[in-house]
Ligand binder design. Structure first.
Ligand SMILES: *[C@@H]1O[C@H](CO)[C@@H](O)[C@H](O)[C@H]1NC(C)=O
Ligand SMILES: *[C@@H]1O[C@H](CO)[C@@H](O)[C@H](O)[C@H]1NC(C)=O
Length: 271
């Protein structure tokens, strides 16, 4: 009995998680980003987050503006991908979120996203499609955003300070619950690629020690002035300094990649 109810609870959690990341029968209008004419320049809404990505990344998938009912919202959705299915024909595709919208659904780029799934031509006639969408990970085996970056250490002593967010990021994420603040090791961020200033606060990086290949996910909680990273000594620097060379030299050489912190999952499972 107990085992059965646990299993039902687990399934309920999975369903809650899945439904939070997808939606059915959503209206998808089209818009014309003129991607090739504009050199795949990321629209201003998402420019600070993913505008610095290489052309290969920006042009890998068709584009969409996103303001759908479920899933990651606002600038946090920039760069994420959706699997979008035309409910009328079953045609589907992966598209990248590069903008917001005001229609409560999607705004698919005409040439790169709308027409490819408007396989019966009814979408263009009616001015919109009805679609299902689901967030998908389209960058799983992506290359790092920045390579051979210097990562110094700094000692934030988060556990001694109740994981109180440093002042630079306090206004942005200082009010997050302890579970969120302590979920990952901490870093100051002033790297060459990625969000800048307070826009970086709360975002996550996958950091790889180029010498040992150890990797970890860390959370940006501060800025820095070194053009790279300042990893918290205990929660972020030592965990990937597995051969001790970093602490000897005073820094590590790392690759990093901006990744999804998976914060939605925490919220669902902690309910
Ligand atoms: C795209 O091009 C068309 C015509 O060339 C123009 O009317 C429209 O404003 C352009 N849109 C964007 C977002 O640049
Ligand atoms: C996208 O959705 C379709 C069903 O609409 C499914 O068949 C396909 O496997 C999905 N693709 C991905 C990458 O999730």
């Amino acid at each position: 009995m107990k085992r059965l109810s646990l299993r039902i609870l687990f399934l309920a959690c999975l369903v809650a998680f899945a439904s939070a990341q997808s939606a059915s029968d959503v209206i998808a209008y089209w818009t014309d980003y003129n991607t090739t004419e504009n050199g795949w320049t990321i629209p201003s809404f998402c420019a600070a987050v993913v505008g610095g990505k290489p052309l290969e990344w920006r042009s890998k998938y068709g584009w969409t503006g996103f303001c759908g009912p479920n899933g990651i919202q606002g600038v946090d959705s920039c760069g994420k991908c959706l699997n979008v299915t035309n409910t009328a024909t079953g045609a589907y595709e992966t598209v990248r979120i590069v903008d917001t919208c005001g229609t409560g659904g999607l705004e698919l780029d005409l040439e790169t996203a709308f027409k490819p799934i408007d396989t019966d031509g009814n979408g263009i006639k009616q001015g919109h499609l009805t679609v299902d969408y689901a967030f998908v990970d389209c960058d799983a085996d992506d290359v790092p955003d920045a390579t051979d970056v210097t990562a110094y250490w700094t000692d934030y002593q988060p556990s001694q300070n109740s994981w109180e967010i440093p002042s630079f990021c306090a206004a942005a994420v200082g009010a997050k619950p302890l579970e969120w603040r302590s979920k990952y090791g901490w870093t100051g961020f002033c790297g060459p690629v990625g969000p800048t200033g307070v826009d970086a606060c709360g975002k996550c990086l996958k950091v790889t020690n180029t010498e040992t290949k150890d990797e970890e996910i860390v959370r940006i909680v501060d800025t820095c002035g070194t053009g790279g990273l300042e990893l918290d000594l205990e929660t972020a620097f030592k965990p990937i300094d597995t051969n001790g060379n970093g602490i000897k030299q005073g820094h590590l050489i790392v690759d990093y990649k901006i990744v999804d912190c998976d914060d939605d999952a925490v919220l669902v499972y902690s309910q």
